[in-house]
Design a protein around this ligand. Structure first.
Ligand code: FE2
Length: 410
């Protein structure tokens, strides 16, 4: 079975400026002053105490900006963080998000609330932000989430217990400054988890369904399906992960390998920004609520079983992936090459040291029905998945994941 992008569509949404390279963080002040004189920097408590962070803040001051800092960003960005920033920031000209995904998502979500007032809940959903927001500069410190380039902020609403998304081109960062040197101090576990996340983004975007959207759908929906621009980013990202993920794990000081992985994560962010993710992300969200596992380990552990479910529905795409991963055999049938690609992705995850089954994540048989019921409610992601993602299909993926059963599906 093949899937066709009958429109030949390509669609990209992206920051106006992306600055990539070792040492480029030192240009922050120079770029920030283009927006005005009042900078708000949002980060987490750990990052705020580092010398790296002090240097960034000092650079802003030397470039003539008044700097205020919010350093209470928490993992899985709770709504209260966004509202605290909104209530305490006052008037600012630019918001700078420094850190992992939740710090950058905080910058984006706060930029909407500071510009338009109200509660961040008012902006949950797709294209619910009424107009331009405070300009955001993102500076990632992990090679993973891709949040530096996405127009998405995932916010955990403590009152409802739900993770919600502000998904809107108005919160697209103005500038992303991606400096691989900032990942040199990233601990091995976090490096592995964020790399597994980025790898999942590349696989899920590359094998997502093309949607052939109407002009109205392009205007009102954040995910428009697999398309030729996101394919380009996925192919580059897969090649770089293939070359350098194991090297980063073996030698965390290898800056060239760190640069490759961080560039791959950027490519992955570019891809999911208009294509989106699919089954692994839909299933991970309710799974995380039970096992309290990290996002990266969760999606990585689901990937082997999700890829097997999807192979018959995206055979050509998996076969194409084998070329990016250097495991294609020109004489082999597409299905054979597709299997080779899947096994190579698993080998990469194994080398990174991420779990490839669900038991070690605290998932048990008795959880499966509940996870399956919740997973299929993530409609946007369900619609991206090449195989129909019914409750029954999710249940099968989970059961295989629990058993570590990596046999091929009939
Ligand atoms: Fe992810």
């Amino acid at each position: 079975m093949t899937m066709e992008n009958t429109l030949g569509l390509g669609l990209v949404r992206q920051p106006k400026t992306v600055l990539f390279g070792p040492g480029q963080r030192r240009q922050l002040g120079r770029y920030a002053r283009g927006f005005g004189t009042r900078a708000l920097v949002v980060t987490d408590a750990r990052m705020a105490t580092t010398s790296e962070f002090a240097v960034l803040a000092e650079d802003l001051r030397e470039c003539g900006l008044a700097v205020s800092v919010y350093d209470q960003a928490e993992p899985d960005l709770p709504r209260r963080n966004v509202m605290e920033v909104a209530e305490t920031a006052g008037a600012v000209d630019v918001i700078i998000g420094v850190g992992g995904g939740s710090c950058m998502d905080l910058a984006k979500a706060a930029s909407a609330v500071l510009a338009h007032g109200g509660d961040v809940r008012d902006y949950f959903g797709e294209f619910a932000v009424p107009g331009p927001c405070i300009p955001v500069i993102t500076i990632p410190t992990t090679g993973g989430t891709g949040a530096e380039v996405t127009s998405l902020a995932i916010v955990f609403d403590e009152d409802t217990g739900m993770k919600m998304a502000v998904a809107d081109a108005h919160i697209e960062p103005a500038i992303a400054i991606i400096d691989p040197e900032l990942t040199l101090t990233c601990p091995p576990g976090l490096t592995a988890a964020t790399a597994a996340d980025a790898l999942s983004h590349l696989v899920e975007a590359y094998t997502a369904k093309p949607k052939n959207p109407s002009p109205e759908q392009i205007e009102t929906q954040i995910y428009v399906g697999k398309n030729r621009i996101t394919d380009m980013f996925c192919e580059k990202g897969l090649r770089l992960m293939n070359r350098s993920l194991a090297r980063v794990v073996e030698n965390p000081d290898d800056l060239a390998a760190r640069s490759d992985v961080m560039f791959a994560a950027y490519c992955a962010g570019m891809a999911i920004n208009t294509t989106g993710t699919a089954a692994a992300h839909a299933i991970q969200s309710p799974m995380a609520a039970i096992g309290h596992t990290s996002h990266g380990f969760g999606v990585g552990a689901l990937l082997p079983y999700v890829m097997r479910l999807n192979l018959p529905y995206a055979t050509a795409e998996f076969a194409e992936m084998a070329h990016c991963l250097d495991v294609a055999d020109a004489a082999a049938a597409p299905e054979e090459n597709g299997r080779a690609a899947i096994e190579r992705i698993e080998a990469l995850l194994e080398q990174a040291g991420t779990p490839l089954e669900l038991k070690s994540l605290g998932i048990e048989e008795r959880h499966l029905d509940q996870i399956a019921r919740s997973a299929v409610k993530a409609t946007r992601l369900v619609l991206n998945n090449p195989a129909p993602l019914t409750e029954d299909a999710v249940r099968k993926v989970l059961a295989r994941g629990l058993a570590g059963d990596r046999s091929w599906w009939a």
